[in-house]
Design a protein around this ligand. Structure first.
Ligand code: FAD
Length: 243
């Protein structure tokens, strides 16, 4: 599929990097309704989110969120605790939480986290319907108690109730992880024209290149995007410097 400049730019929408927002916490749309399996692959989440009003959603979690983040046993960049082999995560929980709470209840920087003693108050701060949020949380907590997500099939170890104040909510939306389409390259890292001929002297790698993730972004293959960037970048440098 060939994309024009406009479509290419749409893929580059980046909104907010909030590691808490990548955790499989309960997510509701702006009507306070749950809409997906929060622990599914990135693409499933993003497509579900895109179909919601305003293309946005809200993460809802509670005072036990640190314990739950560890329990989620996340992979890749989402992980905020040491890996089973002892390797450090790239973002430790305490660092992320410090950033998130620095501007608590403000709308500046990463301080877009809302905190409240009741779900009703939280809904008001998030500008979503309180009755719907309360009903959704009640329903979700019942499913958590059963240990089976009858609505969306979430992995049981990632089902965590929202029952301990203070409650937190954060509005978020799409993430730019990489480029799905864009400039096609040849094996020498040169951009190729529509007729397949390279543009002499122009080399690209990483997110500037297209096609690599056009079919899927396999988030269980952690490090593939960064690995592609570095490997292709090294190759481009070697070619340019004729090493
Ligand atoms: C939240 C999140 C989580 C991710 N998790 C993973 C993961 O677990 N594993 C994985 O493999 N990938 C992950 N990715 C994807 C991966 O980070 C990117 O695909 C990769 O960083 C792309 O590398 P890049 O060098 O092409 O672009 P970037 O890393 O974006 O680097 C581009 C650089 O260019 C600089 N720049 C921009 N404009 C200019 C200018 N005019 N002049 C000079 N410098 C400029 C920018 O400041 C930036 O430093 C994640 C991405 C995000 C956003």
């Amino acid at each position: 599929m060939k994309l024009g400049v406009q479509e290419f730019l749409i893929i580059l929408v980046i909104v907010i990097i909030v590691w808490e927002g990548e955790q499989p916490f309960l997510k509701v749309n702006v009507n306070g309704k749950r809409f997906c399996n929060e622990s599914g692959p990135y693409e499933f989440m993003l497509h579900s989110m895109y179909m919601q009003p305003g293309h946005t959603y809200v993460d809802i979690f509670d005072a036990n969120n640190k314990e739950y983040c560890e329990q989620f046993d996340e992979v890749g960049c989402c992980r905020m605790f040491k890996f089973p082999n002892g390797a450090e995560s790239n973002m430790p929980y305490d660092y992320v939480w410090g950033q998130m709470t620095e501007g608590e209840n403000s709308h500046h920087g990463l301080g877009c986290l809302q905190k409240a003693d009741t779900l009703e108050e939280l809904a008001e701060k998030l500008n979503i319907p309180a009755d719907n949020l309360v009903a959704t949380v009640e329903c979700y907590s019942e499913l958590c108690a059963k240990g089976i997500d009858e609505d969306y099939g979430m992995a049981p170890h990632r089902m965590t109730p929202v029952d301990t104040a203070p409650f937190y909510g954060i509005r978020t939306c799409s993430w730019h992880l990489t480029t799905l389409n864009g400039c096609c390259i040849n094996t020498d890292m040169q951009i190729i024209r529509e007729d397949g001929m390279p543009i002499e002297g122009l080399y690209v790698t990483g997110d500037c290149t297209g096609g690599f993730f056009a079919q899927t972004y396999p988030n269980l293959f952690t490090g593939l995007a960064c690995g592609r960037t570095m490997t292709f970048g090294r190759r481009a440098a070697k070619i340019v410097s004729k090493l």
